[in-house]
Design a protein. Structure first.
Length: 179
């Protein structure tokens, strides 16, 4: 029953967040406020292998590698959040993360250095970025803005290679799912 309630909340959040982004912040959330909520909701609808965590009580860590477009928005969104008994935390990194230190890795840009480092992380790391090229370069979830709405596409094969199980509910709200 709890999963049904979470699924309904997720779908309601998706519908709210897919509303057009406004130039007036008081009316609608900013692009990166929407993306921060999406990141949190991705965590709720993905199953990680036990090997993705250093310890049984390790948090789900969302790492921002490179330029941080979220600012305090991401920290406020993750504050106090717990998913499947694990705290959800955000951190910023300036170089490739060590294995099991990040379960979600957001990269604003995809460069050769990032591609090489990500391929060496092993299973259990969800990579999230921006633009169609991100998926073409083995990224797993790519944000885009279409008609002032934040959307996302999924590279299901890349996620499965990382031993991540994506919920059918998450797949159903993606704009595109590449096999």
């Amino acid at each position: 029953m709890e999963q049904v309630i979470r699924a309904r909340r997720f779908l309601a959040a998706i519908l709210l967040l897919c509303a057009p982004l406004s130039t007036r912040a008081a009316e609608q959330p900013s692009e990166y406020q929407v993306k921060a909520v999406f990141l949190l909701n991705f965590v709720k609808f993905i199953e990680w292998p036990a090997s993705a965590f250093a310890r049984a009580d390790s948090p789900v860590t969302i790492c921002i590698w490179g330029k941080d477009p979220f600012g305090e928005t991401l920290d406020r969104t993750m504050a106090g959040e717990v998913v499947n008994g694990r705290r959800v935390v955000a951190t910023r990194i300036t170089r490739a993360p060590s294995p099991r230190s990040c379960q979600v890795l957001f990269l604003e840009t995809w460069e050769k250095e990032a591609a090489k480092a990500v391929s060496g992380l092993g299973p259990g790391v969800l990579t999230v970025g921006e633009g169609r090229d991100f998926l073409r370069n083995s990224g797993m979830i790519a944000f885009s803005v279409e008609d002032r709405r934040v959307r996302f596409d999924i590279n299901r094969t890349a996620a499965e290679r990382a031993s991540l199980k994506l919920s059918s509910k998450l797949l159903s709200v993606a704009r595109n799912v590449e096999q």
